[in-house]
Design a protein around this ligand. Structure first.
Ligand SMILES: Nc1ncnc2c1ncn2[C@@H]1O[C@H](COP(=O)(O)OP(=O)(O)OP(=O)(O)O)[C@@H](O)[C@H]1O
Ligand SMILES: [Mg+2]
Length: 464
């Protein structure tokens, strides 16, 4: 038979209680029975002795009428159903009532004694003292047991009624306690488990019973929190894995695409070159110039997408950054339609760092190009190198309009550009990805209307 926990506890409790109540009842009844029986015994003895004393003088005086009177008085006593008075030789002097009863009888006897000291009424015994013998006769009292049995029956009834009432009350209290302290919190816990299995991991189950059930619910809640954290982590991991997979696919796809587009652009360049060699009208020349510009911008775009989409694979070499930067800054002086001043300054002679030359060149070109783009004709773009402890810091400063408050957050975001079709918005994203791949960092300071400085920090090997 399958029973739920609460009825099981109630059943165990009922059995234990019934057993203890029954045992107690039987002990109590036996004790009460003994009390009632000893009471009737005492009474029977007393009545027998009373009659024996009452009969002493009449027997001594051999007065049958007086003996009968005493006997009749005794017959009126409670429970007395019969009596006998016998002489000293066992001869019956009086017989009254019955010696049997349907409920049984108890017999009590007492000797009728003739000791002198028992008589205080001297006149009653005058002249007879010499004839007094020790034992004058015997009195037998027959007491009916009907009342005794009735008393015992009512005692049993009372004890069992009290036991039944106690049982009933304790059952009610016990059942309510089991419901309140066990079944109710368990049901709450069950509801919690059901909620969890239906996917709700947010609702905590509160049980304040200060016992093992409270500990169980606390453990359950802890498990819930851990489960939620674990699940969140798993989801994030899965999302991240899916995203990584997508990125890999996207990367492969875009590099294929970039490769194809690159080939096409090369073919377009050849066509553009061939066309420019032809004799063309003024309008034709203008169109070829436009075509060249578009081609360049498309080449830049594909190159930037190529750089951005591939994971930076660095070939680190120890190079002297002082020389390296000097050459890059100088190269900007040639193609310089705005007539900008490109300045390089440093207070170190040599600064060795482990870097990928191509990558760092790309970084510097992007930063100096950005600075040139925002600079007014003839203004200055300054590149500086300084060593700060174990790190080298490169600064690219311009006197342009600065970066507006609202664009600050976005400048490193891929494809964010304020340059329209001329910009890809990938320059700074590439810078950040390359610098972080070197274990460095990049940031900027900008005061609108007062220029911008981009900082690149890298680990340094040796500086002097
Ligand atoms: N020195 C600077 N001064 C002011 N704004 C800048 C500076 N450098 C970058 N920015 C802003 O950040 C944006 C993003 O720069 P990023 O180099 O990533 O792309 P881009 O220069 O627009 O395009 P591309 O690099 O392909 O030419 C720029 O469009 C510009 O608005
Ligand atoms: Mg740029």
């Amino acid at each position: 038979m399958r029973l739920r926990l609460a009825p099981k506890i109630v059943c165990i409790f009922l059995i234990a209680e019934a057993m203890s109540l029954l045992t107690l009842s039987f002990v109590f009844i036996r004790y009460g029975q003994n009390l009632i029986t000893s009471e009737i015994e005492e009474r029977g003895d007393a009545v027998a002795h009373f009659l024996a004393q009452l009969s002493t003088y009449p027997v001594l005086a051999w007065n049958p009428d007086l003996i009968m009177d005493s006997a009749k008085v005794v017959m009126l006593q409670k429970d007395v159903v019969g009596l006998e008075i016998l002489g000293n030789k066992g001869q019956p002097l009086v017989e009254l009532g019955k010696r049997e009863s349907p409920h049984g009888v108890m017999v009590f006897s007492a000797d009728i004694l003739g000791e002198s000291q028992k008589f205080t009424d001297e006149e009653a015994v005058i002249g007879n003292l010499s004839q007094v013998t020790e034992k004058l006769g015997v009195v037998r009292i027959y007491m009916g047991l009907e009342d005794l049995k009735k008393d015992i029956r009512s005692l049993k009834l009372t004890v069992f009624s009290i036991a039944a009432l106690t049982f009933l009350i304790t059952v009610l209290i016990g059942a309510y306690s089991v419901h309140y302290f066990v079944a109710r919190p368990l049901r709450k816990l069950m509801e919690g488990v059901k909620r969890v299995s239906s996917g709700d991991l947010d609702t905590i189950t509160e049980i304040n019973t200060s016992d093992e059930l409270e500990k169980l619910s606390n453990a359950f809640n802890k498990m819930l929190v851990a489960l939620k954290a674990n699940l969140k982590k798993r989801i994030e991991e899965t999302e991240y894995e899916a995203m990584e997979q997508n990125l890999v696919i996207l990367g492969e796809l875009s590099s294929m695409l970039i490769h194809e587009v690159g080939n096409m652009l090369n073919r377009f360049s050849v066509i553009e070159y061939q066309l420019s060699e032809e004799k063309l009208s003024k309008r034709g020349r203008e169109l070829i110039d436009n075509f060249r510009k578009e081609l360049k911008s498309l080449q830049k775009f594909t190159e930037n997408v190529r750089l951005f989409s591939k994971r930076p694979e660095l070939e680190l070499k120890a190079i002297d950054l002082v020389n390296f930067l000097k050459v890059i800054v100088a190269s900007f002086k040639f193609m310089n339609p705005k007539g900008l001043k490109f300045v390089f300054e440093t207070d170190v002679k040599e600064c060795l760092a482990y870097v990928d030359e191509d990558a760092l060149r790309q970084v510097m070109v992007n930063l100096i190009t950005n600075a040139s783009d925002v600079s007014d004709e003839g203004s200055e773009v300054r590149v500086a190198l300084g060593v700060h402890g174990e790190r080298v810091r490169i600064e690219v400063r311009d006197n342009g309009p600065g970066i507006s408050e609202e664009d600050r957050e976005k400048v490193f975001t891929p494809f964010f550009t304020t340059k329209g079709p001329l910009g890809t918005g990938l320059g700074l994203a590439i810078v950040r990805s390359l610098i972080e791949a070197h274990g460095g960092r990049v940031w900027f300071e900008s005061h609108p209307g007062n220029g911008t400085t981009f900082f690149v920090e890298l680990p340094v090997l040796k500086a002097s």
